[in-house]
Ligand binder design. Structure first.
Ligand code: NAD
Length: 711
């Protein structure tokens, strides 16, 4: 018998065994929208009235996806609604899942693939969970990544099922677990091959219907966790210490921890009510709105392409020329993505070490925090070091990552382009040389573009795909496809000084030097940036990049925008005294071997004191304003000039290329969330400082309510 419905099908594969199969029409993944919830309510209502029911199985009609979570687009619509509506959303979920867990028959979630957020909360309300063994099966509660906590019972049921410590780990990190870990922790009872899932679920229903073992577990889970108060206090103490640093800006994880501990011994209803209250405090908060914005940015980025018509040629092999810092990182990413890699360098003696380093990086397993030796052996077979141009030119994509010198890059690219196969594309990882200038020296500039990776490649997700004046859409699409295959986020940028990220970074760094001239110490300036949420301050960043390298990059920006980049004697003065940054342990700060933290350095302070123009010391908030406003202006100019096609590329660029805090949503989201009046008030005190504080027209139009910044 089959009763049809739009998203959930109810069938009876065996007498007394009901099967609810989720399969949202036209969607690649199942999500819990209001429509789906209403359907589930009506199915549960029907099942409650059946007297000969042995059990109910919840599964998915989409292989590889159980339920990916709530319908985020739908619940975002609630963010501006009164809090009562949010509470109602939680209560409705609790009621629904309560009805499921109170059914008179055993309930089994049969999970193949992704089971996240509301999907896992649904599964947690079942008596048993069966999972499939494939790598696609992942169970998680990722709500903290949206600045939220699970609001449909996840904070209550998970600790009771797998213990508070494991639940705190899963909920506060938002990281999903594999099928094997799920079984180990007790989250799932068994892992089976996907083709056996349904049969195993039916078998489990029949066994449980006879043994009634699930009833004892139901009763136990209603009572609370098995940990005593002292152990709970210890868990809270140790985890709070880990979460404290981020809690000021992103309170979700700390809220989840406190909630789990506080409700650990409560009855189910009291605990669920507390969860609703805590969820309501976070929902619609600035951090949550920003993180939801970032979620949608990433979703948008999955569809980036130069044009819908141009074909992307999928690369099977990549050649990397230049076995230095960047070349090693790019080769490792390509290896990890399953590509054939050829690595070349003018200095052949570097190749064996560089190739080994790429393999080690690619074979690193974050789960065990070690290199997986078997994987390393397999990967080593896919990388070859090459010493002739012909060998290097044999790949589908060739990425040049050699010394930053125009003449040398051109001569190398010219040689290689005559040897590469007709379908291949060439890309340069240059950080400052115009792509159009390099392209114009080539016979086929249409198949040449920039692929600007960020350092360290293994951590930085952004890749700027830079379009020169003659680059074809096909080349751009091929570079985008490759970047995606490497697990990166490609953002297409039209060629121009500093491309996207460095152009926005430049005024921010430049302003930090101006703040030194105003009498602030490096420590004060960096503390303001870090308090805003930057991973490190601008002066520590200067030290990391190297003051000499930063000076040359700054000069390029000065030449491009002389009216607003301020030339300061500070960098040359430090370089002259051999203060080059981290590389020689002396820059704006001093560095000690084995100590990560930059140290205040009286020698640097003495040099800087000679360049204080006027004592104009500002409170922390105004230091932040000065650093951020100039970055915001540059973002608006990039948009005005059409260097990116979509404002969302700007926020993606700053977050994933520059480390801008995700809980601020990016520089444009930050401004948009403050509003035009407040931004204009922030600008006012600095307007007499000249061109760099002259707001671009686009910003003025936004402040006047004529347009938005983020769409
Ligand atoms: P690196 O000095 O670590 O490595 C450069 C490598 O290129 C060296 O191994 C060198 O032997 C080799 N090389 C030099 N001339 C060559 C030639 N003619 N033919 C073949 N090999 C040659 O440099 P890096 O930091 O890896 O930078 C490489 C490129 O990436 C540069 O264009 C740089 O601007 C860009 N980039 C660097 C960073 C960064 O933070 N390091 C970030 C983004 C982009």
């Amino acid at each position: 018998m089959t009763a049809g419905s739009r998203s959930i099908t109810l069938s009876f594969p065996r007498a007394g065994v009901a099967l609810l199969s989720f399969d949202l029409p036209g969607k690649s993944a199942n999500v819990l929208s209001t429509e789906v919830v209403v359907e589930l309510e009506s199915h549960l209502h029907a099942l409650r009235t059946m007297c000969d029911l042995h059990g109910v199985i919840l599964t998915s009609g989409k292989p590889g996806t159980f339920i990916a979570g709530a319908d985020i687009r739908e619940f975002v619509g609630l963010m501006d609604q009164p809090g009562e509506q949010v509470a109602e959303l939680c209560r409705r979920g609790h009621l629904l899942l309560g009805q499921l867990s109170d059914l008179s028959a055993v309930t089994v979630a049969a999970i193949d693939g992704v089971c996240l957020g509301g999907g896992l909360e649904l599964a947690l309300a079942c008596d048993r969970r069966l999972v499939t063994t494939g790598p696609k099966t992942q169970l998680g509660l990722p709500e903290v990544k949206l600045g939220l906590i699970p609001g449909w019972g996840g904070c209550v049921r998970l600790p009771r099922l797998i213990g508070p410590a494991a639940a705190v780990e899963m909920i506060t990190t938002g990281q999903p677990v594999s099928a094997a870990t799920a079984v180990q922790s007790g989250l799932a009872s068994e892992a089976v091959a996907s083709e056996c899932l349904l049969a195993a679920a039916i078998d489990l229903v029949e066994r449980e219907a006879t043994s009634k073992a699930y009833l004892a577990d139901r009763a136990r889970l209603r009572q609370g966790v098995l940990m005593n108060q002292t152990e709970l206090d210890f868990l809270q103490f140790t985890t709070s210490a880990k979460l404290a640093a981020e809690a000021e800006h992103q309170p979700a994880a700390m809220t989840a921890l406190n909630l789990i501990v506080a409700t650990a011994h409560d009855d189910l209803t009291t605990a669920l009510t507390a969860e609703t209250l805590a969820f309501g405090h976070l929902f619609g908060s600035p951090a949550s709105r920003a993180l939801v914005h970032v979620f949608f940015l990433q979703d948008y980025n999955k569809h980036t392409q130069a044009s819908a018509t141009a074909v992307a040629r999928p690369a099977q092999s990549v050649s990397v020329l230049g076995a230095g810092i960047m070349g090693i990182g790019i080769a490792a990413a390509a290896l990890r993505a399953g590509l054939q890699v050829r690595l070349g360098d003018a200095d052949e003696s570097r190749l064996p070490g560089a190739s080994a380093e790429s393999v080690q990086e690619a074979a690193f397993d974050p789960a065990i925090k070690k290199v997986d030796p078997e994987r390393a052996i397999a990967l080593a077979a896919r990388i070859s070091t090459v010493t002739t141009d012909a060998e290097l030119a044999a790949s589908d994509v060739l990425i040049e990552a050699i010394i930053e010198n125009y003449e040398i890059k051109v001569s190398v690219l010219q040689k290689l382009e005559s040897l590469v196969p007709p379908h291949a594309i060439l890309a340069s990882n240059t950080s400052s040389i115009p792509i159009s200038r390099l392209g114009s020296a080539l016979a086929r500039p249409d198949r040449f573009c920039g692929m600007h990776f960020f350092n360290p490649v293994k951590r930085m997700k952004l890749v700027e795909v830079i379009r020169g004046t003659q680059t074809s859409d096909e080349t751009i699409n091929t570079a985008i496809a490759l970047a995606r295959k490497l697990g990166k986020m490609p953002v297409v940028v039209t060629d121009g000084p500093g491309f996207l990220v460095n152009r926005m970074l430049s005024p921010y760094l430049n302003e930090s030097i101006e703040l030194l001239h105003d009498g602030h110490s490096p420590r004060e300036i960096d503390a303001a940036a870090v308090a805003y949420g930057m991973p490190l301050g601008p002066l520590a960043l200067y030290d990391l990049v190297g003051l000499d390298t930063a000076f040359y990059a700054g000069r390029t920006m000065y030449e491009a925008f002389p009216d607003r980049v301020r030339a300061s004697p500070i960098l040359p003065a430090l370089i002259k005294r051999k203060r080059l940054g981290r590389k020689n342990n002396a820059g704006f700060f001093a560095y000690r071997e084995g100590v990560a933290e930059p140290q205040d350095d009286p020698a640097a302070a003495e040099i800087l004191a000679g360049y204080v123009r006027s004592e104009n010391r500002l409170p922390l908030a105004q230091i932040q304003d000065r650093l951020l406003l100039v970055m915001l202006f540059e973002a608006c100019r990039i948009l005005e000039e059409g260097r990116v096609r979509d404002a969302r590329d700007i926020d993606l660029g700053v977050i994933f290329g520059l480390g801008f805090p995700a809980f601020r949503g990016g520089i444009l989201h930050w401004a948009q969330s403050l509003g035009g009046d407040q931004i204009m008030r922030k600008i006012e005190p600095w307007r007499e400082r000249g061109a760099r504080y002259e707001p671009p027209q686009l910003l003025l139009d936004w402040a006047a309510g004529k347009r938005t910044l983020t769409a």
